[in-house]
Design a protein around this ligand. Structure first.
Ligand code: SAH
Ligand code: SF4
Ligand code: F3S
Length: 441
């Protein structure tokens, strides 16, 4: 197939990684990427549905696609990613100009989808969503930078936190065998990769589903980290996301002792009230969460801990919310993503009484933003005057400076010259709530 494609991806790192795989698959088919949708023959939207705002954003983009399709009906419009199960069939009715769709477990069928759309004529648009025997975890992606790569260690999620749609759209938790992952990492390193980010919705549960698999009995995430740390040439290993309920001492020890494992743990807490945590089915109390935070900080003095917070879960009282603020103060986060609770159709929480009015949810999220931004600023200021290790990623946004990231995953704007892909020592000279500034030494 010849022609040009436009790809727009939404959502989390897992989706970003899937987008790289979509690129690789489309380019293997002979298509070439373009930045503007109107210059493309194939338009691909890699969707996220975790919050309602994500759905709304997608609808906006599909509006553009519809217009382009009208001006040239030979264009293909494809939708991939985390579509709601319920929307799978609905999609073609709501957006009749969509030529084909693909769930996240079926990415490997993209070439097949392209061919099927070409002869769709009377059968209606094709869509592949079911969980096949083959998963897409092993597909390689077209990397954005030669020295950084994602590595998906597991797919899906079986936690069913009551607010969350991810288990419904991404299927059950399934781990890739350690030997396969080590081989994949080795191949990446041989290809010039210095930093690998291991991806999973709950990496701390990695391997638990392999328990019955004789090829890899009882694989554990901390052991996987050990094996990857032993690879020569792999300078940095990151991982996300950690679920607090499964954060064991073995993982804390791995972060503390393995030289290439970066000192950053993203540990979403969601709320600080035990009643809300129970209703969310998170599997820990506020005290248990804080105990893990303290254990981490004690074992890894330079660790940065970031989190996710949801404001206004159904039934959340003023008192519950005050508990969240208290927990946040005590945890002293290095950074946080804050979300207004969004009811997702089909989840348990969406059916709960006492949905919190949107105004109040927004008010609470504002308070969380204010508090966590101040914390991030304090945490970043503590780096001023110190030396940090930075992997240079490229030019910064304004083009004037170089930009990279510390082991703690903080972005640093660099004064002076640098080479993308180099690991340099930087003296930190200034800080904001989102970035550091520094000079290479
Ligand atoms: N697997 C990861 C997170 C996946 S979704 C984990 O368990 O930590 C990323 C974040 O989106 C979640 O941590 C949560 O804070 C937020 N989120 C998920 N569902 C949401 C909803 N219905 N409304 C608001 N925020 C939500
Ligand atoms: Fe969603 Fe909970 Fe799974 Fe994270 S652990 S993806 S929040 S169900
Ligand atoms: Fe990620 Fe959104 Fe799917 S957060 S897993 S892309 S629903």
């Amino acid at each position: 197939m010849q022609g040009r494609y436009y790809l727009r991806s939404f959502g989390c790192q897992m989706n970003d990684h899937d987008a790289e795989r979509i690129r690789a698959l489309l380019e293997a088919e002979g298509l070439e990427q373009v930045d503007a949708p109107d210059a493309a023959d194939v338009l691909v939207y890699n969707t996220c549905t975790v919050r309602r705002s994500a759905d709304e954003r997608l609808a906006g983009h599909l509006g553009t696609a519809a217009r382009l399709k009208r001006s040239d009906p030979s264009r293909l419009v494809l939708v991939t990613g985390c579509l709601l199960q319920a929307e799978q069939t609905d999609l073609f009715t709501r957006f009749p100009f969509v030529d084909g769709a693909l769930g996240p477990q079926n990415l490997y069928r993209l070439p097949e989808l392209l061919r099927a759309t070409a002869r769709r004529a009377d059968q209606g648009p094709p869509g592949y969503f079911d969980d096949g025997p083959v998963l897409s975890g092993g597909l390689t992606g077209r990397r954005e930078r030669p020295f950084q790569a994602w590595l998906q260690v597991m797919s899906g999620c079986t936690n069913f936190c009551t607010y969350c749609i991810v288990p419904y759209v991404r299927g059950p938790e399934r781990s890739r065998p350690p030997a396969e992952l080590v081989a994949a990492a080795e191949a990446l390193v041989a290809d010039g990769v210095r930093e690998i980010t291991l991806l999973g919705q709950n990496v701390n549960a990695y391997g638990l589903d392999l328990e019955t698999d004789r090829a890899a009995p009882g694989a554990r995430f901390a052991e996987l980290l050990q094996q990857l740390d032993a690879l020569p040439g792999l300078d940095r290993i990151r991982f996300m996301t950690s679920h607090p309920k499964d954060l064991g001492d073995d993982l804390i020890a791995a972060v503390a002792t393995l030289p290439s494992v970066c000192e950053h743990v993203h540990l979403p807490v969601q709320a600080g009230s035990d009643a809300v945590l129970r209703a969310m089915r998170r599997g820990y109390t506020a005290a248990q969460y804080l105990e893990r935070v303290h254990a981490l900080r004690e074992a890894v003095p330079e660790v940065s801990i970031t989190t996710d917070l949801i404001a206004g879960f159904p039934g959340e009282t003023d008192r519950d919310f005050e508990n969240t603020l208290d927990l946040v103060r005590e945890a002293a986060f290095d950074g946080a993503f804050t979300f207004v609770y969004s009811a997702r159709p089909g989840t348990q929480a969406a059916r709960l009484p006492d949905q919190v009015p949107l105004e109040l949810r927004r008010e609470r999220v504002e308070r969380l933003i204010e508090l966590t931004q101040q914390q991030a600023l304090d945490a970043h200021r503590a780096w001023v005057g110190r030396r940090v290790e930075v992997l240079v990623e490229g030019r910064s946004r304004d083009g004037a400076l170089y930009r990279g990231r510390t082991r703690q995953n903080v972005t640093v704007n660099l004064d002076g010259d640098a080479d993308a892909g180099a690991i340099v020592t930087v003296e930190v000279t200034a800080a904001t709530s989102t970035t550091l500034r520094g000079t290479t030494v």
